[in-house]
Design a protein around this ligand. Sequence first.
Ligand code: BG6
Length: 442
Amino acid sequence: MKKDFVWGVATAATQVEGAAYEGGKGLTVWDVIPTRPNGARQGETAEVACDQYHRYKEDVKLLKTLGVNAYRFSIAWARILPNGDGEVNEEGVKYYSDLIDELLKNGIEPFVTIYHWDLPYELYKRGGFLNPAFPDLFANYTRVVAEAFHGRVKHFITLNEPACIMNRELNEHRLSIKEKLTMVHQLLLAHGKAAKILHEYEGVQVGIAPNSAPPIPKTSSFEDVEAAKKYYFDVERDSIWGPALYSDPVIFGDYPAAYYAVYRKDELPDFGKDDFKIISEPIDFYCQNIYNADCYVSSDKKGGYIVESIPTTCPRTATDWPVKEEGLYYGPKFLCERYHKPFYISENGCAVTDLVTSDKKVHDGAREEFLKRYIACYKKASEECPEISGYFVWSFMDNYEWDKAYSKRFGLVYVDYETQERIPKDSFWYYKKVIESNGENL
Ligand code: BG6
C-alpha cells in the first residue's frame, strides 16, 4: 500500500462504551429500542457493552499493541448534549477529550464519526430526522464537537451509513415515498451544514461514510464491467440502498438522473433554494463501509444489466453475508473512478463463531482468511486507484451488534462480557503483521 497508508480499526459509541446512564449522558434511541416488545434479543441492552467508557486506557494499550495508526470511534450525541440541544454536558466532553489525548499520546490518530445511529431520545420525540429543524440541530451539535476537539482531531466523518439510518427508521415507521425522500434529503442537509461548520476550523478534514454491497461483473469484459457500474450507481424506485443516492448530491451537487426518472415530481422533497449548495460543501475524503458483494451483473447487450444472485454454494459469514472478496476490488475501484476523492474503507470485517479454547486463545482462522482475501483485493484496487488511502477493520473488539445484541462477534479482540476480559484473537496478531509490512505480507 502507499506510504502513509492508514491502517485502522473501528467501533461506535453505543456498541462499545457502556455507561449508558452515567456521566450525565442523556438517553438515546438505543437505550429505549431494545426494551420494547420486539426489540433486541430478550431486551439485552448496550448498558454495559464493552465498558470502554471506564476501560479506554486499557483499550488504547491494546490498539498500540495492534500497531494501528488510526482508531475510528463515534461520539454519542446525547453524551455531549443530553437533550440533543441546549446545555452541554462537560463530563461527556471530557470523556472524549481524554480518549483523544490517550490516542495521540500513543501515536494513534483519532478518526471521529459524529453520528453513528444513536439519536438522542429527546430528538426522536421531537420528530427525529423528519423534524424540519433536524439539519440545524445536527449542525449545532457538530459545532460543539468541532469547538472541543479541533486541533487534536483532523478527520471527522459526519454520518455513518445513511442508508442504514433510513432502513432502521423505515422498520419503525410506515412512511410515504415523499416522506422517505424527505428524510434522505434532511440527512444530506445535516451532513452539508456540519461539513461547512467543520471547515471553519483549520486543518480539519471532512468525510462521509455510506455503505454498499458492490456487484461483481460476471466476466471481465468491458460490457459486463460497465453494466456492473451502471447497476451499482443506479437508483431504484422505493429503494433506499445504493451509494449514489447519498454520494452524488454530496459530491456532484445533485441526485443522479435516475432519481428524477423513477420518482414523480410530487413525490420529491420540497427542495429549498440553496439545498444543493449546502449539501455539496466539498468533502476532503470519501469513505465506504463494504462487507460483502451483492450479486453478479452482466450486460443485457441493450445498455442495461442482468442481475444474478450469489449462489448458496458460496461460503457465508455468521451474519449470512457471502464471502466474495472481489467486492473489495470492484467497489473501491468504481467509487474512486466516479468520485475521485481520497478514499477509505471505513468498515470491513466479519462475524464468525468464536470460541475460547482450552489454551485461553481464540483461533479464528476464518476471520484471518477473510481479511487476507479482502485486503488482497483492496490492494489490487489500490494499484489502479491512487485515491485509496486507508482501511479500517470492523471491529476492534466484539461489541453490541444493535438488534442482534451480543450474539454476533466481529472483533479482532474477544470480549468476555461476564468479566470484561479482552483476549486478542489470532486475527489480531495476523492484522498486526499485515500492518507492520504495510500490506506486503498477507
Ligand atoms: C455496519 C455498522 O453496518 O456494520 C456497524 O456501521 C455494525 O455499526 C456492522 O456493527 C455490522 O452490521 P450488523 O448489521 O451486523 O449490525
